[in-house]
Design a binder for this molecule. Structure first.
Ligand code: SDX
Length: 430
C-alpha cells in the first residue's frame, strides 16, 4: 500500500521491511507477525515492556500524561458523573447506554446476583482461615461445574449469559468468602439495593439486626469499583486472554485472572500497601523505609508506588485520594494515623531524586486500602474487592478477543540457553 509506513530490519546484510501500524492514540507498532517466517529470528521481550499483544478499543492509558480512557471517556469524568454498572455497560458493549438500555442492564444484573444454592456447600470445604482470594479462585473456577449452559465460548448467547452471571455474582461470592472467613452466616443479595449497596449489605449486615447502608460509603464503594474496572493489557487481563485463547470456558479464564491478580506486584499491592503503612506506623519512621526501597541490595519496594505504564500520577490514585478524605471524614477518623503516614510518605517519596528519576508515583493501590480499611474491611478483603471490580474488564477483553477473526492460541517462543543435544548417560557411568 502506497502510504504504508514500514521499518527496515537488516540482519547479516539482508533487509526486511516490517509494516508499521498506527493507532488512534499511543505509539505506533511494528508488525512482526511474519518476522520469523521471513528472517528466521524471534524478538526478545521478557515482561512484554515493548510488546503490543493485541489490538483493542476498550481502554487506553497514556502513562506520561497520567491519562486513562474507557471507550474514550476519561476516568475522572466517569468517576465523577457515572457509576459502576453504567461503566460496565460501556466496557462490555462499546459506549454509554441510553436510559432504557441502562435500566434493562441493571435489572438483568440484579436478577442474577444469587449463586446456585449448592455452591454454599462448596465454601464449607475451605478452612475458615483461608485467604478470601483462595476461596474466590476456587469458587469462581467451580462455576464451570454449576453453570453448564454458559460455558461454551463459541456460542454468543452463552458468552452473554456467562458475562452477566460473572458480573452479577462476583459481589455475592466475595461477600460470602468474607462472611465465611469471620464465621458469620451468608447474607443473600437483595434486589431492592444498588450494586455497591448490595455488596456492603452482604458483607456487613447480620441476621440479628437491621443494617442501613450509608449512602456516602455506597458511593465510595461504587467509585472504587469504577476505578478498578479495566486497565488495558495488565498481567491479570493478559492471563485471561491467554487462557481464553485455548478455548477454555469463561469461568476457568476468570479464575486464572483472579489467581494472577493476587500477586503483591499486581492486585495484591493494596493489601501489601496497607500492611506497609502499618509497619511504618509513624511518620518519623518513613525515611528508614524509603532508604530500604532505594537500596539496590534490598528487594524491598514501596507498595503502592510505581507502575509499568504510568510515569506520572495514576489518575485513579488522584480520585481515590479525594474519596479517602470523604470517607475518613464521615467515619470520624480524618486524623487516621495511616492516612497521615500515607500522605507524608507520598510527600517525601515524591521529593526524593530516586523516585523522581525512576518516575515512581502513587498508583491505584496506594489510597484504596486506606478507604477500604476505614469502611471496615480487613486487609484480606482488599484484593477480592479489586477482583470483583476488575471482572468486567476481564470479561470485556475476553469477549473482544473471541470476536477477533485473527484469534490464534497464544504461544510465545523463547531464547533457549540450555544444553544442546547430548547423549543419555547410564546411571553407573554418571
Ligand atoms: C497494579 O499493569 C497494570 O495496569 C496494573 C494495575 C491495574 O489496574 O491492573 O494498574 C494494578 O498492579 C498497580 C501496581 C501495584 N503494584 C505495586 O504497587 C507494587 C510496587 N510496585 C513495583 O512492584 C513496580 O513498580 C511494578 C511491578 C508496579 C512495576 O514494575 P516494572 O514496570 O517492572 O518496573 P521495574 O520493576 O523494572 O522498576 C523500574 C525501577 C527498578 O529500579 P532499577 O532496577 O531500574 O534500578 O524502579 C524501581 C525498580 O527497583 N522500582 C521501585 C518501585 N517500583 C519500581 N523501587 C522502589 N519502590 C517501588 N515501588
Amino acid at each position: 500500500m502506497a502510504d504504508q509506513k514500514t521499518a527496515t530490519l537488516t540482519i547479516d546484510g539482508k533487509s526486511y521491511e516490517l509494516p508499521i501500524l498506527s493507532p488512534t492514540a499511543g505509539p505506533d507498532v511494528i508488525d512482526i507477525r511474519k518476522l520469523y517466517s521471513q528472517a528466521g529470528v524471534f524478538t526478545y521481550d521478557p515482561g512484554f515492556t515493548s510488546t503490543a499483544a493485541c489490538d483493542s478499543t476498550i481502554t487506553f492509558i497514556d502513562g506520561d500524561k497520567g491519562e486513562l480512557l474507557h471507550r474514550g471517556y476519561p476516568i475522572d469524568q466517569l468517576a465523577e458523573k457515572s457509576h459502576y454498572l453504567e461503566v460496565c455497560f460501556a466496557l462490555l458493549y462499546g459506549d454509554l447506554p441510553s436510559a432504557d438500555e441502562l435500566e434493562k442492564f441493571e435489572r438483568l444484573v440484579t436478577n442474577h446476583t444469587m449463586i446456585h444454592e449448592q455452591m454454599h456447600m462448596f465454601f464449607r470445604g475451605f478452612r475458615r482461615d483461608a485467604h478470601p482470594m483462595a476461596t474466590m479462585v476456587g469458587v469462581v473456577g467451580a462455576m464451570s461445574a454449576f453453570y453448564h449452559d454458559s460455558t461454551d465460548p463459541n456460542d454468543p448467547h452463552q458468552r452473554e449469559v456467562a458475562s452477566i452471571r460473572l458480573i452479577a455474582k462476583m459481589p455475592t461470592i466475595a461477600a460470602m468468602a468474607y462472611k465465611y472467613s469471620i464465621g458469620q452466616p451468608f447474607v443473600y443479595p437483595r434486589n431492592d439495593l444498588d450494586y455497591a449497596s448490595n455488596f456492603l449489605n452482604m458483607c456487613f449486615s447480620v441476621p440479628a439486626e437491621d443494617y442501613n447502608v450509608n449512602p456516602i460509603l455506597a458511593r465510595a464503594m461504587d467509585r472504587i469499583f469504577t476505578l478498578h474496572a479495566d486497565h488495558e493489557q495488565n498481567a491479570s487481563t493478559s492471563t485471561v486472554r491467554l487462557a481464553s485463547s485455548s478455548g477454555a470456558n469463561p469461568f476457568a479464564c476468570i479464575a486464572a485472572g483472579i489467581a494472577c491478580l493476587w500477586g503483591p506486584a499486581h492486585g495484591g499491592a493494596n493489601q501489601a500497601c496497607l500492611e506497609m503503612l502499618k509497619e511504618i506506623g509513624t511518620v518519623d519512621r518513613i525515611p528508614e523505609f524509603i532508604a530500604r526501597a532505594k537500596d539496590k541490595n534490598d528487594s524491598y519496594r514501596l507498595m503502592g508506588f510505581g507502575h509499568r505504564v504510568y510515569k506520572n500520577f495514576d489518575p485513579r490514585a488522584t480520585v481515590l485520594k479525594q474519596s479517602a478524605d470523604e470517607v475518613l471524614e464521615l467515619m470520624g477518623v480524618h486524623d487516621n494515623p495511616l492516612l497521615q503516614v500515607a500522605m507524608e510518605l507520598e510527600k517525601q517519596a515524591l521529593a526524593d531524586p530516586y523516585f523522581a528519576e525512576k518516575k515512581l508515583f502513587p498508583n491505584v493501590d496506594f489510597y484504596s486500602g486506606i478507604i477500604l480499611e476505614a469502611m471496615g474491611f480487613p486487609t484480606s478483603m482488599f484484593t477480592p474487592i479489586f477482583a470483583l471490580a476488575r471482572t468486567v474488564g476481564w470479561i470485556s477483553q475476553w469477549k473482544e478477543q473471541l470476536d477477533d477473526p485473527q484469534l490464534k492460541i497464544g504461544r510465545p517462543r523463547q531464547l533457549y540457553m540450555g544444553e544442546t543435544a547430548i547423549n543419555y548417560v547410564d546411571i553407573e557411568d554418571r
